[in-house]
Design a protein around this ligand. Structure first.
Ligand code: SF4
Length: 423
């Protein structure tokens, strides 16, 4: 049974920064221009009513509400107070997890106190040392935002906000990156791989070398960071590594990037449109658009959206190589948006396929080499050879992809206009 338990609310469809890699504004999709700048309280009210009905019908007991944008701090303080009150009064018998992801540049004490009072967890985005952060995360006048973000991180710590999110930037050396991370002195850190796909390659990939055995720029970088992190006796939690380690050890966990769990995440746009995860927008203009709107539809209607079906099941609706891959329980074929190509739609391994194989092989072998033999013998994992694994996925055809799944994955290679979208 499909269940959506996490809702990303695009409370502002504009941003006070102009980050060069932003999937909202600078990667393939300009449909935000037709959106209202802010979500109204009327939209929140209707959404909360529909969400209450959805929770009752689908026996949802836990709800994550993520305030997002654009930049969510462009929304008013009053709107946050009203929204949390509307949600908690309208929807009974669920446990709420309120969260917010900000670029931090206007996060002052008033905001911090408000979020603490409303029990909203705050995550701040930053991208490494000043010269690197300021290259990408810039204001509309081109000025870097590093100093303001650092002030926000320091301020946030006083209120217990300890969560930082960074996009991997290969221009930063792993040592420099880790030094910066330690300087921040935060406990909870996560790394994101850059958006991108076969027809819009992430930085650092060479088009003639993608998924060739010696071209694994992200694995090479991450392995070096992993080595430093592992030897640090006072290491912060890096969720990306932790998730990989837990998956290697057989835990049933994961997210939209890794593992085999379903992705019960939906997005509510400022105008009430109900859509699939917005980072898939980096594939092409309008790919997430459908005809659904919270004013006219129930939340269950999203279950029938063909893109939502693929996104929700993205770790089980796999390309044939992934089906035959020994690491599919860990990798899950990767994040759906990283699987896109104009030629095959989502019927590809992730653009980070070889990087994933190399990184997982390294970490798995490292775990094994750290443990005594008697423990190793009792574990259900064994050492991996990166070259052999790559060879294996390229020759193994023992399992075939289901035809209807292949057709569904391929159906997204065409232009959005063919999906008959009217809003
Ligand atoms: S490592 Fe590559 S082949 Fe294996 S599941 Fe991931 S994307 Fe698919």
């Amino acid at each position: 049974m499909k269940k959506i338990t996490s809702f990303v609310l695009k409370v502002a469809s504009r941003c006070n920064l102009n980050c060069s890699y932003c999937y909202m504004y600078n990667l393939g999709d300009n449909t935000y221009l037709s959106q209202p700048k802010f979500m109204s309280i009327e939209t929140i009210t209707i959404f909360a009513m529909k969400l209450n009905e959805y929770c009752i019908r689908n026996d949802v007991k836990y709800l994550q509400i993520v305030f997002h944008g654009g930049e969510p701090l462009l929304w008013s303080m009053d709107n946050y107070k009203k929204s949390v009150e509307i949600f908690t009064k309208t929807i009974k018998n669920v446990t709420f997890d309120f969260a917010l992801q900000t670029n931090g540049v206007t996060l002052d004490d008033k905001w911090c106190q408000l979020f603490k009072n409303l029990n909203i967890r705050v995550g701040i985005s930053m991208d490494g040392p000043k010269k690197h952060h300021d290259k990408y995360r810039v204001f509309h006048n081109g000025k870097g935002s590093y100093d303001k973000v650092m002030t926000a991180i320091e301020r946030g710590k006083k209120y217990g906000f300890n969560s930082i999110l960074s996009v991997v930037n290969l221009d930063i050396s792993p040592e420099e990156f880790y030094d910066e991370l330690k300087n921040l002195d935060v406990q909870n850190f996560n790394l994101l791989l850059p958006d991108g796909h076969y027809d819009n390659l992430p930085d650092g990939f060479h088009s003639d070398k993608v998924n060739t055995i010696d071209h694994t720029p992200y694995a090479d970088w991450l392995i070096e960071v992993f080595k430093i992190w592992k030897t640090d006796t006072n290491r912060p939690m890096i969720r990306f590594f932790r998730t990989l380690i837990e998956l290697i050890m057989g835990e049933q966990i994961g997210d939209q990037m890794l593992g085999t769990l379903t992705n019960g995440v939906a997005v509510l746009e400022t105008n009430g449109a109900l859509e699939v995860s917005d980072s898939i927008r980096a594939c092409y203009e309008g790919i997430t658009r459908n005809n659904l709107n919270i004013f006219n539809n129930s939340i269950e209607d999203l279950h029938d959206d063909p893109l939502f079906e693929i996104y929700f099941n993205s770790h089980s609706m796999l390309n044939e190589k992934c089906i035959n891959c020994l690491l599919s329980n860990i990798c899950g074929g990767g994040f759906l948006g990283n699987r896109y190509s104009n030629e095959n739609g989502f019927d590809n391994p992730t653009i980070y396929c070889y990087d994933t194989i190399k990184l997982v092989s390294f970490i798995q072998n490292d775990i094994l080499s750290s443990l005594p033999n008697d423990i190793n013998n009792s574990l259900e994992i064994h050492s991996l050879d990166y070259a052999e694994m790559v060879h294996e996925i390229n020759i193994s055809t023992s399992s075939k992809i289901d035809k209807s799944i292949k057709n569904k994955l391929n159906s997204f290679k065409s232009n959005v206009k063919e999906r008959n979208i009217t809003c």
